[in-house]
Ligand binder design. Structure first.
Ligand code: MG
Length: 384
């Protein structure tokens, strides 16, 4: 029996994780569920999975959650960062599924690392902000981190059985998002609704916008850089609109190993939970002859400047990826609130990166300071 804390249980990764738990009740048990504000869904999840601990964002939501569940339900309800940290390091937990959105993943991931929990990591911002710190901690405490992002799960699978010395390149595939074939001149008129409509993946709002700007792929480069300890020069992105090949690893003898499946994130989640076993999760079998053609081409960095900015930040390292990430979160938020247009997202991030004074070998405090500075400055740029 593997006991899980699911942080971000009401989001799309969280909901898919619980589908797996529901299907394999003899393998998985829930110790903690956490959400930000969706107390209605969280209450249903608590009724179904009866975890001893549930956590929400603030006192107000904790009160509302208490009203939604029955008096004799034995769940302990906490709120705020201390609650999330407790869920991440709970004494009964074996594996923490880190599926919260954005920079909120960093501190709970560090707590889980120090508590020597296995981590199924779906939150890429954690490694973007504090990759060096988190991976050093993971080595120090002997904590295992299993990627849940489909591309990184693919790379993880393609690396199996091979030594680091044989690796030549990691090739991350990108669907290209909903605007792959739209003229750059029309980008200023892209609506929020258009941007949320991803062609191959069903995801939350933040990651859907990141996929539309290709920032998601940029964050994934930085995530891969830390997860697999590979320099940015050895990570390549290719656009692959069918989203069948989830990523590849090229070896020095010229061999390239790819991992394929129909685009369904449940496969990567299940593998992170059951590694090294594979579960019969009932996904649709891949039928290549009915797909017929798989295509691959280089990304257009002029059309999608967010990808170029992320590559820059990855090369620069230090506090720059955290600044890129925070500026992006603010810009995406402003776009979703219709305060800026689609073209302004990269312009805001670029301005913030340009003004940032890099701190070398940052500790946690310095990373959080850089994050806060970038948020404040991005807000100033947005308000102008
Ligand atoms: Mg991905």
């Amino acid at each position: 029996m593997k006991r899980l804390s699911v942080l971000g249980s009401t989001g799309s990764i969280g909901r898919n994780t619980l589908k797996i738990v529901e299907k394999f009740p003899d393998r998985f048990q829930i110790v903690a569920l956490t959400a930000k504000k969706n107390v209605t869904l969280l209450a249903e999840q608590i009724k179904q999975f009866t975890p001893p601990l549930a956590v929400v964002y603030d006192e107000n939501h904790a009160e509302r959650l208490k009203q939604l569940i029955s008096q004799n339900c034995p769940v302990k309800i906490l709120y705020g960062i201390s609650g999330y940290l407790e869920a991440a390091s709970h004494k009964d937990t074996d594996t923490v599924v880190m599926a919260v959105v954005g920079s909120a993943g960093l501190l709970p991931t560090l707590a889980a690392t120090e508590a020597r929990k296995d981590i199924a990591l779906a939150n890429k911002e954690t490694l973007v902000m504090g990759g060096d710190l988190v991976m050093k901690k993971a080595r120090e405490y002997g904590t295992k981190i299993f990627p849940v992002d489909s591309e990184h799960s693919a790379v993880f699978q393609c690396l199996k059985g091979h030594g680091k010395a044989d690796l030549k390149k990691i090739v991350l595939t990108a669907s290209g998002g909903p605007f792959l074939n739209r003229q750059k001149s029309e980008f200023g008129r892209i609506s929020v609704e258009d941007a949320l409509n991803h062609p191959t993946w069903q995801m939350g709002k933040k990651i859907s916008i990141d996929s539309a700007t290709l920032m998601n792929k940029g964050l994934e480069i930085i995530e891969a850089r830390w997860l697999f300890n590979v320099a940015q020069e050895n990570i390549q992105v290719v656009v692959h609109p069918q989203s069948i090949v989830h990523s590849m690893v090229a070896y020095r003898d010229g061999s390239v190993i790819a991992q394929m499946s129909n685009p369904d994130m449940i496969g990567a989640i299940a593998y992170a939970l059951s590694y090294p076993e594979r579960l019969d999760i009932g996904t649709t079998p891949l039928n290549l002859s009915s797909i017929g053609t798989l295509t691959f081409f280089d990304p257009d960095l002029e059309k999608f400047p967010c990808l170029a900015l992320a590559m820059d930040a990855c090369r620069t390292g230090e506090t720059m990826p955290a600044v890129l990430n925070s500026a992006n979160e603010k810009a995406v938020e402003a776009f979703l609130e219709k305060k800026i247009n689609f073209n302004q997202i990269p312009l805001i991030i670029e301005k913030v990166m340009h003004q940032h004074r890099i701190i070398a070998s940052p500790n946690l405090e310095e990373i959080l300071q850089a994050d806060q500075w970038a948020r404040n400055f991005a807000q100033e740029v947005i308000d102008k």
